[in-house]
Design a protein around this ligand. Structure first.
Ligand code: COA
Length: 481
Protein backbone atom coordinates (compact mmCIF):
# COMPACT_ATOMS: atom_id res chain seq x y z
CA UNK A 1 0.00 0.00 0.00
CA UNK A 2 1.20 3.50 -0.79
CA UNK A 3 2.45 5.58 2.10
CA UNK A 4 0.68 8.82 3.00
CA UNK A 5 2.50 11.92 4.26
CA UNK A 6 1.51 15.26 5.73
CA UNK A 7 3.17 17.65 3.30
CA UNK A 8 1.82 20.94 4.64
CA UNK A 9 -0.11 22.39 7.57
CA UNK A 10 -1.56 25.71 8.64
CA UNK A 11 -4.09 27.26 10.95
CA UNK A 12 -5.74 30.54 11.82
CA UNK A 13 -5.55 32.11 15.18
CA UNK A 14 -8.05 30.54 17.59
CA UNK A 15 -10.34 32.72 19.72
CA UNK A 16 -13.31 35.03 19.56
CA UNK A 17 -12.70 36.34 16.06
CA UNK A 18 -15.38 38.94 15.40
CA UNK A 19 -14.03 40.03 12.04
CA UNK A 20 -13.90 36.53 10.56
CA UNK A 21 -16.62 34.24 9.29
CA UNK A 22 -16.85 30.54 8.54
CA UNK A 23 -15.53 30.79 5.00
CA UNK A 24 -12.80 33.34 5.64
CA UNK A 25 -11.43 31.12 8.42
CA UNK A 26 -11.49 27.98 6.25
CA UNK A 27 -9.88 29.78 3.33
CA UNK A 28 -7.11 31.28 5.48
CA UNK A 29 -6.18 27.90 6.97
CA UNK A 30 -6.36 26.16 3.57
CA UNK A 31 -4.13 28.72 1.88
CA UNK A 32 -1.65 28.49 4.69
CA UNK A 33 -1.51 24.68 4.35
CA UNK A 34 -1.05 24.90 0.56
CA UNK A 35 1.77 27.38 1.04
CA UNK A 36 3.37 25.14 3.63
CA UNK A 37 3.14 22.15 1.25
CA UNK A 38 4.57 24.32 -1.52
CA UNK A 39 1.93 23.26 -4.01
CA UNK A 40 -0.57 25.17 -6.16
CA UNK A 41 -4.29 24.73 -5.62
CA UNK A 42 -4.68 22.90 -8.95
CA UNK A 43 -2.53 20.07 -7.53
CA UNK A 44 -5.31 19.20 -5.07
CA UNK A 45 -7.41 16.14 -6.02
CA UNK A 46 -10.09 16.31 -3.32
CA UNK A 47 -11.18 18.37 -0.32
CA UNK A 48 -12.54 17.19 3.02
CA UNK A 49 -14.13 19.76 5.35
CA UNK A 50 -14.60 18.83 9.01
CA UNK A 51 -17.30 20.78 10.80
CA UNK A 52 -19.83 20.06 13.48
CA UNK A 53 -22.29 22.90 13.83
CA UNK A 54 -22.39 25.26 10.85
CA UNK A 55 -26.08 24.53 10.18
CA UNK A 56 -27.10 25.85 13.58
CA UNK A 57 -24.24 28.22 14.38
CA UNK A 58 -23.90 29.94 11.00
CA UNK A 59 -27.05 28.87 9.11
CA UNK A 60 -24.82 27.29 6.47
CA UNK A 61 -24.75 23.79 5.05
CA UNK A 62 -23.12 22.34 1.93
CA UNK A 63 -19.65 23.21 3.19
CA UNK A 64 -17.77 20.97 0.76
CA UNK A 65 -18.92 22.95 -2.25
CA UNK A 66 -18.85 26.27 -0.43
CA UNK A 67 -15.21 26.01 0.60
CA UNK A 68 -14.15 24.43 -2.72
CA UNK A 69 -15.69 27.38 -4.59
CA UNK A 70 -14.10 29.91 -2.28
CA UNK A 71 -10.73 28.29 -2.99
CA UNK A 72 -11.56 28.01 -6.70
CA UNK A 73 -10.71 24.32 -6.67
CA UNK A 74 -13.29 22.30 -8.59
CA UNK A 75 -12.63 18.82 -7.27
CA UNK A 76 -14.74 16.37 -5.23
CA UNK A 77 -15.40 18.04 -1.88
CA UNK A 78 -17.00 16.47 1.20
CA UNK A 79 -18.20 17.69 4.57
CA UNK A 80 -17.55 15.39 7.54
CA UNK A 81 -19.44 15.66 10.82
CA UNK A 82 -18.48 13.50 13.81
CA UNK A 83 -18.79 15.99 16.68
CA UNK A 84 -15.45 16.53 18.45
CA UNK A 85 -13.92 13.79 16.32
CA UNK A 86 -14.85 15.53 13.03
CA UNK A 87 -11.26 16.52 12.26
CA UNK A 88 -9.79 13.11 13.05
CA UNK A 89 -12.46 11.30 11.09
CA UNK A 90 -11.97 13.66 8.11
CA UNK A 91 -8.26 12.77 8.06
CA UNK A 92 -9.09 9.08 8.27
CA UNK A 93 -11.54 9.31 5.35
CA UNK A 94 -9.24 11.54 3.31
CA UNK A 95 -6.47 8.96 3.64
CA UNK A 96 -8.74 6.13 2.50
CA UNK A 97 -10.10 8.22 -0.37
CA UNK A 98 -6.59 9.09 -1.51
CA UNK A 99 -5.49 5.49 -1.62
CA UNK A 100 -8.71 4.25 -3.22
CA UNK A 101 -8.65 6.91 -5.94
CA UNK A 102 -4.95 7.11 -6.58
CA UNK A 103 -4.83 10.79 -5.57
CA UNK A 104 -1.59 12.72 -5.19
CA UNK A 105 -2.74 15.43 -2.79
CA UNK A 106 -5.85 15.88 -0.65
CA UNK A 107 -6.68 18.99 1.35
CA UNK A 108 -8.29 18.44 4.77
CA UNK A 109 -9.77 21.51 6.44
CA UNK A 110 -11.46 21.80 9.85
CA UNK A 111 -13.48 24.88 10.70
CA UNK A 112 -15.96 26.12 13.29
CA UNK A 113 -17.43 29.57 13.90
CA UNK A 114 -19.00 29.40 17.35
CA UNK A 115 -19.09 32.85 18.89
CA UNK A 116 -21.78 34.46 16.73
CA UNK A 117 -24.57 33.01 18.87
CA UNK A 118 -25.17 33.08 22.63
CA UNK A 119 -23.34 30.69 24.96
CA UNK A 120 -26.70 29.05 25.83
CA UNK A 121 -27.33 28.39 22.15
CA UNK A 122 -23.82 26.99 21.65
CA UNK A 123 -24.36 24.75 24.68
CA UNK A 124 -27.57 23.48 23.12
CA UNK A 125 -25.93 22.84 19.75
CA UNK A 126 -23.00 21.02 21.37
CA UNK A 127 -25.39 18.89 23.41
CA UNK A 128 -26.74 17.49 20.15
CA UNK A 129 -23.52 15.51 19.93
CA UNK A 130 -24.82 13.60 22.95
CA UNK A 131 -28.00 11.55 22.73
CA UNK A 132 -30.83 14.01 22.08
CA UNK A 133 -33.59 11.61 23.05
CA UNK A 134 -32.02 10.19 26.20
CA UNK A 135 -29.79 13.02 27.44
CA UNK A 136 -29.96 16.48 25.87
CA UNK A 137 -33.77 16.50 25.88
CA UNK A 138 -33.61 16.48 29.67
CA UNK A 139 -31.04 19.23 30.06
CA UNK A 140 -27.76 17.32 30.00
CA UNK A 141 -24.90 19.40 28.62
CA UNK A 142 -21.40 18.33 27.60
CA UNK A 143 -19.84 19.87 30.69
CA UNK A 144 -22.36 18.00 32.87
CA UNK A 145 -21.66 14.68 31.15
CA UNK A 146 -17.93 15.04 31.73
CA UNK A 147 -18.66 16.30 35.23
CA UNK A 148 -20.48 13.06 35.97
CA UNK A 149 -17.45 11.17 34.68
CA UNK A 150 -15.21 13.33 36.86
CA UNK A 151 -17.34 12.64 39.92
CA UNK A 152 -17.30 8.90 39.24
CA UNK A 153 -13.51 8.99 38.68
CA UNK A 154 -12.85 11.06 41.82
CA UNK A 155 -14.93 8.76 43.94
CA UNK A 156 -13.33 5.60 42.49
CA UNK A 157 -9.69 6.71 42.58
CA UNK A 158 -9.63 9.51 45.15
CA UNK A 159 -8.59 12.23 42.68
CA UNK A 160 -9.08 15.70 44.21
CA UNK A 161 -10.29 18.89 42.56
CA UNK A 162 -6.85 20.39 43.13
CA UNK A 163 -5.18 17.50 41.32
CA UNK A 164 -7.64 17.78 38.46
CA UNK A 165 -6.91 21.49 38.24
CA UNK A 166 -3.26 20.72 37.48
CA UNK A 167 -4.26 19.60 33.97
CA UNK A 168 -5.59 23.06 33.14
CA UNK A 169 -2.58 24.70 34.78
CA UNK A 170 -0.22 22.68 32.52
CA UNK A 171 -2.16 23.35 29.34
CA UNK A 172 -2.47 27.08 30.05
CA UNK A 173 1.28 27.14 30.67
CA UNK A 174 1.85 25.51 27.27
CA UNK A 175 -0.59 27.99 25.73
CA UNK A 176 1.58 30.93 26.80
CA UNK A 177 4.03 29.84 24.11
CA UNK A 178 1.45 29.60 21.35
CA UNK A 179 0.73 32.90 19.64
CA UNK A 180 -2.33 31.36 17.97
CA UNK A 181 -3.90 30.16 21.24
CA UNK A 182 -7.15 31.66 22.53
CA UNK A 183 -5.70 32.07 26.02
CA UNK A 184 -2.03 32.87 26.48
CA UNK A 185 -1.88 33.42 30.19
CA UNK A 186 -0.81 31.20 33.03
CA UNK A 187 -3.31 30.17 35.68
CA UNK A 188 -2.88 28.60 39.12
CA UNK A 189 -4.58 25.72 40.90
CA UNK A 190 -6.32 28.31 43.09
CA UNK A 191 -7.67 30.07 39.97
CA UNK A 192 -9.11 26.80 38.66
CA UNK A 193 -10.62 25.65 41.94
CA UNK A 194 -12.05 29.10 42.66
CA UNK A 195 -13.53 29.66 39.17
CA UNK A 196 -17.31 29.84 38.73
CA UNK A 197 -19.02 26.45 38.63
CA UNK A 198 -20.14 25.29 35.20
CA UNK A 199 -21.23 21.74 36.02
CA UNK A 200 -20.06 20.67 39.43
CA UNK A 201 -17.33 19.45 40.05
CA UNK A 202 -16.10 21.20 36.87
CA UNK A 203 -15.61 24.95 36.88
CA UNK A 204 -14.97 27.48 34.12
CA UNK A 205 -11.25 26.73 34.03
CA UNK A 206 -11.78 22.97 33.80
CA UNK A 207 -13.59 23.54 30.49
CA UNK A 208 -12.36 24.16 26.98
CA UNK A 209 -13.79 27.43 25.69
CA UNK A 210 -16.14 28.38 22.87
CA UNK A 211 -13.90 29.20 19.93
CA UNK A 212 -13.72 30.36 16.31
CA UNK A 213 -10.95 28.96 14.17
CA UNK A 214 -9.78 26.73 11.36
CA UNK A 215 -6.87 24.41 10.64
CA UNK A 216 -5.82 22.56 7.49
CA UNK A 217 -3.34 19.96 6.30
CA UNK A 218 -2.33 18.57 2.92
CA UNK A 219 -2.02 14.79 2.69
CA UNK A 220 0.28 13.69 -0.13
CA UNK A 221 1.84 10.54 -1.53
CA UNK A 222 5.06 12.43 -2.19
CA UNK A 223 7.54 11.73 0.61
CA UNK A 224 7.90 14.39 3.29
CA UNK A 225 9.30 14.48 6.83
CA UNK A 226 5.99 13.56 8.40
CA UNK A 227 4.42 10.24 7.58
CA UNK A 228 0.91 9.39 8.64
CA UNK A 229 1.66 5.97 10.09
CA UNK A 230 -1.81 5.07 11.15
CA UNK A 231 -5.32 6.39 11.47
CA UNK A 232 -8.02 4.36 13.16
CA UNK A 233 -11.57 5.20 14.09
CA UNK A 234 -13.73 3.39 16.59
CA UNK A 235 -17.16 4.15 17.96
CA UNK A 236 -18.70 3.55 21.35
CA UNK A 237 -22.10 4.12 22.85
CA UNK A 238 -23.12 7.74 22.38
CA UNK A 239 -24.98 7.73 25.73
CA UNK A 240 -22.81 7.94 28.83
CA UNK A 241 -25.32 5.96 30.82
CA UNK A 242 -25.03 3.04 28.42
CA UNK A 243 -21.26 2.87 28.35
CA UNK A 244 -19.46 0.03 30.07
CA UNK A 245 -17.63 2.52 32.31
CA UNK A 246 -17.98 6.14 33.42
CA UNK A 247 -14.22 6.40 33.95
CA UNK A 248 -12.97 5.24 30.55
CA UNK A 249 -13.93 5.79 26.91
CA UNK A 250 -13.82 2.38 25.31
CA UNK A 251 -13.72 3.75 21.76
CA UNK A 252 -10.42 5.46 22.60
CA UNK A 253 -9.01 2.21 23.98
CA UNK A 254 -9.99 0.32 20.84
CA UNK A 255 -8.82 2.92 18.33
CA UNK A 256 -5.50 3.38 20.16
CA UNK A 257 -4.82 -0.36 20.18
CA UNK A 258 -5.63 -0.59 16.48
CA UNK A 259 -3.50 2.46 15.66
CA UNK A 260 -0.44 1.14 17.48
CA UNK A 261 -0.87 -2.20 15.77
CA UNK A 262 -1.23 -0.66 12.33
CA UNK A 263 1.77 1.61 12.91
CA UNK A 264 3.85 -1.28 14.23
CA UNK A 265 5.21 0.74 17.13
CA UNK A 266 4.79 0.67 20.88
CA UNK A 267 3.75 3.34 23.40
CA UNK A 268 7.40 3.71 24.34
CA UNK A 269 8.16 5.07 20.86
CA UNK A 270 5.85 8.04 21.33
CA UNK A 271 7.61 11.28 22.17
CA UNK A 272 4.81 13.82 21.84
CA UNK A 273 1.05 13.60 22.20
CA UNK A 274 -1.79 15.94 21.33
CA UNK A 275 -4.99 14.66 22.86
CA UNK A 276 -8.55 15.68 23.52
CA UNK A 277 -8.69 17.69 26.76
CA UNK A 278 -12.18 19.11 26.21
CA UNK A 279 -12.43 19.04 30.02
CA UNK A 280 -9.62 18.52 32.54
CA UNK A 281 -10.89 15.05 33.43
CA UNK A 282 -10.80 14.05 29.75
CA UNK A 283 -7.01 14.39 29.66
CA UNK A 284 -6.49 12.17 32.71
CA UNK A 285 -8.83 9.52 31.31
CA UNK A 286 -7.16 9.74 27.88
CA UNK A 287 -3.72 9.01 29.41
CA UNK A 288 -5.16 5.75 30.68
CA UNK A 289 -7.26 4.85 27.65
CA UNK A 290 -4.34 5.45 25.30
CA UNK A 291 -2.16 3.17 27.40
CA UNK A 292 0.26 5.76 28.77
CA UNK A 293 -0.86 5.22 32.37
CA UNK A 294 -2.53 2.47 34.33
CA UNK A 295 -6.17 2.74 35.34
CA UNK A 296 -6.59 5.30 38.11
CA UNK A 297 -2.99 6.49 37.74
CA UNK A 298 -3.33 9.04 34.93
CA UNK A 299 -2.73 11.94 37.28
CA UNK A 300 0.83 10.74 37.90
CA UNK A 301 1.87 12.04 34.46
CA UNK A 302 0.98 15.53 35.64
CA UNK A 303 2.23 15.09 39.19
CA UNK A 304 5.70 13.97 38.10
CA UNK A 305 5.69 16.60 35.29
CA UNK A 306 6.10 13.97 32.54
CA UNK A 307 3.31 15.59 30.53
CA UNK A 308 4.99 19.02 30.58
CA UNK A 309 6.88 20.18 27.49
CA UNK A 310 10.23 19.32 29.06
CA UNK A 311 8.96 16.04 30.51
CA UNK A 312 9.35 12.47 29.27
CA UNK A 313 6.04 12.53 27.37
CA UNK A 314 4.97 16.09 26.49
CA UNK A 315 1.20 16.28 26.12
CA UNK A 316 -0.64 19.13 24.40
CA UNK A 317 2.27 21.45 23.68
CA UNK A 318 -0.17 23.55 21.63
CA UNK A 319 -1.99 24.41 24.86
CA UNK A 320 -4.56 21.71 24.15
CA UNK A 321 -8.22 22.45 23.73
CA UNK A 322 -8.20 24.08 27.16
CA UNK A 323 -5.89 26.95 26.33
CA UNK A 324 -5.49 26.93 22.55
CA UNK A 325 -9.27 26.70 22.14
CA UNK A 326 -11.77 24.20 20.78
CA UNK A 327 -13.41 25.17 17.49
CA UNK A 328 -14.91 21.70 17.35
CA UNK A 329 -14.47 20.76 13.67
CA UNK A 330 -10.98 22.23 13.54
CA UNK A 331 -9.58 20.62 16.68
CA UNK A 332 -8.53 17.22 15.29
CA UNK A 333 -6.76 18.92 12.38
CA UNK A 334 -5.07 21.42 14.68
CA UNK A 335 -3.60 18.56 16.66
CA UNK A 336 -1.89 17.35 13.49
CA UNK A 337 -0.78 20.91 12.67
CA UNK A 338 0.97 21.04 16.04
CA UNK A 339 2.69 17.70 15.50
CA UNK A 340 3.69 18.72 11.97
CA UNK A 341 5.21 21.98 13.19
CA UNK A 342 7.06 20.21 16.00
CA UNK A 343 8.41 17.54 13.66
CA UNK A 344 9.53 20.00 11.01
CA UNK A 345 11.11 22.48 13.40
CA UNK A 346 8.51 25.19 12.76
CA UNK A 347 6.95 25.37 16.23
CA UNK A 348 8.63 28.63 17.18
CA UNK A 349 8.66 29.24 20.93
CA UNK A 350 6.97 25.88 21.47
CA UNK A 351 9.66 23.94 19.62
CA UNK A 352 10.80 20.87 21.49
CA UNK A 353 14.32 19.65 20.95
CA UNK A 354 14.02 18.52 17.36
CA UNK A 355 14.43 14.83 17.05
CA UNK A 356 13.47 13.02 13.88
CA UNK A 357 12.19 10.14 15.97
CA UNK A 358 9.23 12.13 17.23
CA UNK A 359 6.15 10.21 16.29
CA UNK A 360 2.56 11.19 16.22
CA UNK A 361 -0.16 8.89 17.27
CA UNK A 362 -3.23 10.01 15.34
CA UNK A 363 -5.63 9.88 18.22
CA UNK A 364 -9.25 9.97 17.21
CA UNK A 365 -10.17 11.37 20.55
CA UNK A 366 -13.73 12.33 21.06
CA UNK A 367 -15.00 9.70 18.65
CA UNK A 368 -17.38 8.17 21.09
CA UNK A 369 -18.50 10.91 23.33
CA UNK A 370 -20.27 9.86 26.39
CA UNK A 371 -23.56 10.32 27.98
CA UNK A 372 -26.93 9.40 28.70
CA UNK A 373 -30.44 9.76 29.73
CA UNK A 374 -33.09 11.33 31.66
CA UNK A 375 -36.37 10.69 33.01
CA UNK A 376 -38.79 13.29 31.92
CA UNK A 377 -42.39 12.47 31.51
CA UNK A 378 -44.65 14.71 29.57
CA UNK A 379 -48.31 14.19 30.26
CA UNK A 380 -50.75 16.05 28.11
CA UNK A 381 -53.99 16.41 30.01
CA UNK A 382 -57.02 17.61 28.17
CA UNK A 383 -60.31 17.16 29.99
CA UNK A 384 -60.10 13.39 29.78
CA UNK A 385 -56.53 13.49 31.14
CA UNK A 386 -55.03 11.89 28.06
CA UNK A 387 -51.41 11.03 28.54
CA UNK A 388 -48.86 11.65 25.84
CA UNK A 389 -45.80 9.57 26.44
CA UNK A 390 -42.91 10.80 24.39
CA UNK A 391 -39.72 9.30 25.84
CA UNK A 392 -41.44 8.26 29.06
CA UNK A 393 -42.71 4.74 28.59
CA UNK A 394 -39.32 3.21 29.05
CA UNK A 395 -39.09 4.42 32.63
CA UNK A 396 -42.52 5.01 34.01
CA UNK A 397 -43.05 1.61 35.53
CA UNK A 398 -39.55 1.11 36.72
CA UNK A 399 -40.08 2.58 40.15
CA UNK A 400 -37.23 3.54 42.41
CA UNK A 401 -33.64 3.75 41.26
CA UNK A 402 -30.12 3.91 42.64
CA UNK A 403 -28.05 7.09 42.19
CA UNK A 404 -24.76 6.45 40.35
CA UNK A 405 -23.29 9.86 39.50
CA UNK A 406 -24.50 13.44 39.20
CA UNK A 407 -23.60 17.04 38.36
CA UNK A 408 -25.16 20.39 39.15
CA UNK A 409 -25.60 22.32 35.90
CA UNK A 410 -24.93 26.06 36.14
CA UNK A 411 -24.42 26.84 32.44
CA UNK A 412 -27.60 25.69 30.75
CA UNK A 413 -28.54 25.09 27.15
CA UNK A 414 -31.22 27.32 25.62
CA UNK A 415 -34.62 26.35 26.97
CA UNK A 416 -33.26 25.34 30.38
CA UNK A 417 -31.99 28.72 31.60
CA UNK A 418 -34.94 29.19 33.98
CA UNK A 419 -34.14 25.97 35.83
CA UNK A 420 -30.49 26.59 36.72
CA UNK A 421 -28.89 25.39 38.83
CA UNK A 422 -30.36 21.92 38.34
CA UNK A 423 -28.95 18.49 39.04
CA UNK A 424 -28.47 15.97 36.25
CA UNK A 425 -27.87 12.41 37.36
CA UNK A 426 -27.49 8.89 36.09
CA UNK A 427 -29.57 6.35 37.98
CA UNK A 428 -29.90 2.61 37.72
CA UNK A 429 -33.16 0.64 37.97
CA UNK A 430 -33.60 -2.80 39.47
CA UNK A 431 -33.47 -4.39 35.99
CA UNK A 432 -29.96 -2.86 35.67
CA UNK A 433 -30.99 -0.39 32.94
CA UNK A 434 -29.88 3.20 33.45
CA UNK A 435 -31.37 6.62 32.82
CA UNK A 436 -30.29 10.23 32.84
CA UNK A 437 -32.68 12.17 35.02
CA UNK A 438 -33.05 15.42 36.90
CA UNK A 439 -32.83 15.21 40.68
CA UNK A 440 -34.99 17.51 42.81
CA UNK A 441 -35.87 18.14 46.46
CA UNK A 442 -32.31 17.65 47.67
CA UNK A 443 -29.12 19.38 48.63
CA UNK A 444 -26.14 18.42 46.56
CA UNK A 445 -24.13 17.99 49.76
CA UNK A 446 -26.47 15.20 50.88
CA UNK A 447 -26.06 13.15 47.72
CA UNK A 448 -23.95 10.02 47.64
CA UNK A 449 -23.44 7.33 45.10
CA UNK A 450 -25.67 4.34 45.95
CA UNK A 451 -28.57 6.15 47.61
CA UNK A 452 -32.13 5.23 46.62
CA UNK A 453 -34.23 7.66 44.59
CA UNK A 454 -37.94 7.75 43.79
CA UNK A 455 -39.85 9.25 40.85
CA UNK A 456 -41.85 12.43 41.40
CA UNK A 457 -44.21 14.23 39.00
CA UNK A 458 -43.64 17.93 38.44
CA UNK A 459 -45.71 20.42 36.50
CA UNK A 460 -43.72 21.99 33.72
CA UNK A 461 -46.17 24.56 32.38
CA UNK A 462 -49.82 25.07 31.38
CA UNK A 463 -51.04 25.87 27.95
CA UNK A 464 -54.12 27.88 28.94
CA UNK A 465 -55.48 28.28 25.41
CA UNK A 466 -55.61 24.50 24.96
CA UNK A 467 -56.24 23.58 28.58
CA UNK A 468 -53.21 21.32 28.49
CA UNK A 469 -50.93 20.88 31.47
CA UNK A 470 -47.46 19.57 30.80
CA UNK A 471 -45.84 17.38 33.42
CA UNK A 472 -42.51 15.72 33.67
CA UNK A 473 -41.09 13.10 35.96
CA UNK A 474 -37.98 13.84 37.92
CA UNK A 475 -36.31 11.86 40.70
CA UNK A 476 -35.51 12.67 44.30
CA UNK A 477 -33.76 10.90 47.12
CA UNK A 478 -36.19 8.43 48.67
CA UNK A 479 -38.27 10.20 51.32
CA UNK A 480 -38.39 8.21 54.51
CA UNK A 481 -41.95 8.11 55.82
N1 COA B 1 -11.40 28.84 29.90
C1 COA B 1 -10.82 29.98 30.32
N2 COA B 1 -11.43 31.19 30.28
C2 COA B 1 -12.67 31.22 29.76
C3 COA B 1 -13.33 30.06 29.31
C4 COA B 1 -12.65 28.84 29.40
N3 COA B 1 -13.23 27.71 29.00
N4 COA B 1 -14.56 30.41 28.84
C5 COA B 1 -14.65 31.74 29.01
N5 COA B 1 -13.52 32.22 29.55
C6 COA B 1 -13.23 33.59 29.93
C7 COA B 1 -13.65 34.59 28.88
O1 COA B 1 -12.60 34.91 28.02
C8 COA B 1 -14.06 35.76 29.73
O2 COA B 1 -12.89 36.45 30.14
P1 COA B 1 -12.85 38.05 30.22
O3 COA B 1 -13.89 38.40 31.26
O4 COA B 1 -11.45 38.33 30.64
O5 COA B 1 -13.21 38.52 28.87
C9 COA B 1 -14.65 35.14 30.97
O6 COA B 1 -14.04 33.83 31.06
C10 COA B 1 -16.15 34.97 30.92
O7 COA B 1 -16.47 34.46 29.67
P2 COA B 1 -17.92 34.16 29.19
O8 COA B 1 -17.93 34.34 27.69
O9 COA B 1 -18.93 34.93 29.97
O10 COA B 1 -18.05 32.63 29.53
P3 COA B 1 -19.34 31.80 29.38
O11 COA B 1 -19.94 31.65 30.74
O12 COA B 1 -20.23 32.32 28.32
O13 COA B 1 -18.79 30.40 28.91
C11 COA B 1 -18.21 28.19 29.48
C12 COA B 1 -17.95 29.65 29.74
C13 COA B 1 -17.22 27.37 30.28
C14 COA B 1 -19.65 27.83 29.88
C15 COA B 1 -18.02 27.91 27.97
O14 COA B 1 -16.71 28.22 27.63
C16 COA B 1 -18.32 26.46 27.63
O15 COA B 1 -19.50 26.10 27.49
N6 COA B 1 -17.30 25.64 27.46
C17 COA B 1 -17.49 24.23 27.11
C18 COA B 1 -17.57 24.09 25.61
C19 COA B 1 -17.89 22.66 25.25
O16 COA B 1 -18.70 22.00 25.87
N7 COA B 1 -17.27 22.17 24.18
C20 COA B 1 -17.45 20.82 23.73
C21 COA B 1 -16.58 19.93 24.50
S1 COA B 1 -16.77 18.25 24.10
Amino acid sequence: MKKVYVSGAGMTRFGELWKEDLRSLAVEAAKSALESAEIERNAIDAIFVANMGSSSLSGQDHLGSLIASELDINVPAFRIEAACASGGVAINLAKSYMLANNCKNVLVIGVEKMTDVSANDVTKVLARAADEEYEAYFGATFPSLYAMMARAYMSKYGLTKEQLAEVSVKNHFHGTLNEKAQFQKEITVEDVVGAPAVADPLGLLDCSPITDGAAAIVLSVKKSKVQLLSSQVSTGNISLQNRPSFTSIDATVRSADLAFKEAGISRKNIELVELHDCFSIAEIIAYEDLGFAKEGKGFELIENKSAYRDGALPVNTSGGLKSCGHPVGATGIKQVVEIFEQMTGQAGKRQLVNDSKILHLPIMSGVAEVLQLLVFLQMYKKSSAKVWRKYQERYQDKGNATLLTWSTVHAAPSGFEAYTPYIIAIVQFSDKSKATVQLVDCNEADLASGIDCEPVYRKLYSDSSEGIIHYCVKYRPLQKS
